[in-house]
Design a protein around this ligand. Structure first.
Ligand SMILES: [Zn+2]
Length: 110
């Protein structure tokens, strides 16, 4: 059943499954960014909500979209203008690329 659905999607819109992989990968990369800063500091992954390291403003939905937020905000905090490290962007792009590649390869096997 699942293979049939995936095969149908793969023939009608072959770019769609790798796009899902890229989106999932970017979100996973964003989680890795959260974990790599919070776990060494002994902080919870859930609390406090994401905030600017400089001005402590709580980040909104528009600030948290992986890759796009970094690009639209030019790598700076929307409130105080503090520079956000580019390592976050690099990790999100790498994870998005990995997700797209993995699902692209899987669709080739169907
Ligand atoms: Zn700030």
């Amino acid at each position: 059943m699942l293979a049939t659905v995936l095969t149908h999607i793969n023939t009608s819109a072959p770019w769609l499954i790798p796009l899902w992989g890229a989106i999932f990968g970017a979100v996973f990369g964003s989680f890795i960014n959260c974990a790599r800063t919070r776990i060494p500091a002994g902080q919870s992954l859930r609390h406090p909500p994401s905030q600017c390291d400089n001005c402590k403003r709580r980040l909104t939905f528009i600030d948290l979209i992986p890759i796009f937020s970094h690009l639209f905000l030019s790598g700076k905090c929307r409130t105080c203008g503090a520079q956000i490290g580019s390592i976050s962007l690099i990790i999100e792009v790498l994870c998005a690329s990995l997700g797209a590649s993995v699902l692209f390869c899987i669709t080739r096997l169907l």
